[in-house]
Design a protein around this ligand. Structure first.
Ligand code: IPM
Ligand code: MG
Length: 356
């Protein structure tokens, strides 16, 4: 098995280092090869996603990804910004299915800004379509407005679009995931306004007929955003498009109070996957040893499970993380009185120690 390791920017290199330590401690038959991505790649070669990185990722069984982005690149042309690296990899590898679990660990209920009783035991799986929608729809660009009240004015435009096949395959992913959970799917759209969303809802309903064991309901995205803070435990599997999923997955992650804990997986139809923490590159704390490596370590566990077929090793990591939390170790993002404050490296070491 071959894993491409792409640490990226900000806290990326620090958290990836800890995840690699954990994987090495498990003594698995995995070959690791590292490459530059994002701002780090731009500095070296003038492009955030160099061809060598794309080739390495495409040829690997899985990609372990840190994070990309830094405000210092905001002035660059869009095609050269670090974020284009992750979008390019998603497109190149066909990673259409993004799994973002939002789980509230019992030890961390206090870390949420919601009342403990609302999020205690929370376990939502957001499935976000990742290669379509307004993110990739053409045409997009800048021009002079040709109609409306501001003719001739500068105008920015993007195209929201989905095809039936794209919606069908993400729906199958969602229904299959729900079969292994509590057999409920909420499909989120904006079909009261958008044609793209009306097709989404129609196709969701049609595919749902093939899964009589699953209860499907539909919700408008604005209402879903509200319900997530009002009564989050109502949700089980939530499936939605690229842009709504971007927004709702951050919201759901933060419900748990600990975005530093949440892993994610992006899969293609061959189960090749890219695994990354749900949080970003946090340039403000980079290099200070303050970042929580657990989301990346848990992403490595997802990688073992989904792409490398190493379920027992995945479980070993997840159980080690749970024991470390139970022992009271906390990085600053999840720290509270009565627990022991540790840094990035100590947290990684503690997980390794539990595995050994
Ligand atoms: C995410 C991020 C990315 C996205 C950015 C970095 C391009 O916000 O993975 O959620 O919008 O998909
Ligand atoms: Mg996002």
């Amino acid at each position: 098995m071959k894993v491409a390791v792409l640490p990226g920017d900000g806290i990326g290199p620090e958290i990836i280092k800890e995840a690699l330590k954990v994987l090495v401690a498990l003594d698995l038959k995995i070959e690791f090869e590292q490459a530059e991505v994002g701002g780090a790649a731009y500095e070296l070669s003038g492009h955030p996603l160099p061809e060598a990185t794309t080739r390495l990722a495409g040829g690997a069984d899985a990609v372990l990804f840190g994070a990309v982005g830094d405000w210092k690149y905001d002035h660059l042309a869009r095609a050269l910004r670090p974020e284009q690296a992750i979008l390019g990899l998603r497109k190149h590898m066909g990673l259409f299915a993004n799994f973002r679990p939002a789980i509230c660990y019992p030890e961390l209920t206090h870390a949420s800004s919601l009342k403990p009783e609302l999020i205690n035991g929370l376990d939502i799986l957001i499935i976000r379509e990742l290669t379509g929608d307004i993110y990739f729809g053409q045409p997009k660009g800048r021009r002079k407005a040709v109609d409306g009240p501001f003719i001739g004015d500068d105008e920015g435009f993007d195209t929201m679009r989905y095809t039936r096949s794209e919606i069908e395959r993400i729906m199958h992913t969602a229904f299959k995931a729900a079969q292994k959970r509590s057999k409920r799917v909420t499909s989120v759209d904006k079909s009261n306004v958008l044609e793209t969303s009306q097709l989404w809802r129609d196709v969701a309903t049609q595919v749902g007929k093939e899964y009589p064991d699953i209860a499907l309901d539909h919700m408008y995205v604005d209402n879903a955003a509200m319900q997530l803070v009002k009564e989050p435990k109502k949700f089980d599997v939530l499936v939605t498009g690229n842009m709504f999923g971007d927004i709702l997955s951050d919201e759901a992650a933060m419900l748990t109070g600990s975005i530093g804990m949440l892993p994610s997986a992006s899969l293609n139809s061959k189960n090749q996957g890219l695994y990354e923490p749900s949080h970003g590159s946090a340039p403000d704390i980079a290099g200070k040893g303050l970042a929580n490596p657990l989301a990346t370590i848990l992403s490595a566990a997802m990688m073992l499970r989904f792409s490398l077929n190493m379920e027992s090793a995945a479980l070993a990591i997840e159980q080690a993380v749970q024991r470390v939390l139970a022992s009271g170790l906390r990085t600053p993002d999840i720290h509270s009185s009565g627990t022991q404050l540790v840094g990035t490296v100590e947290m990684g070491n503690a997980v390794v120690a539990e595995i050994r």
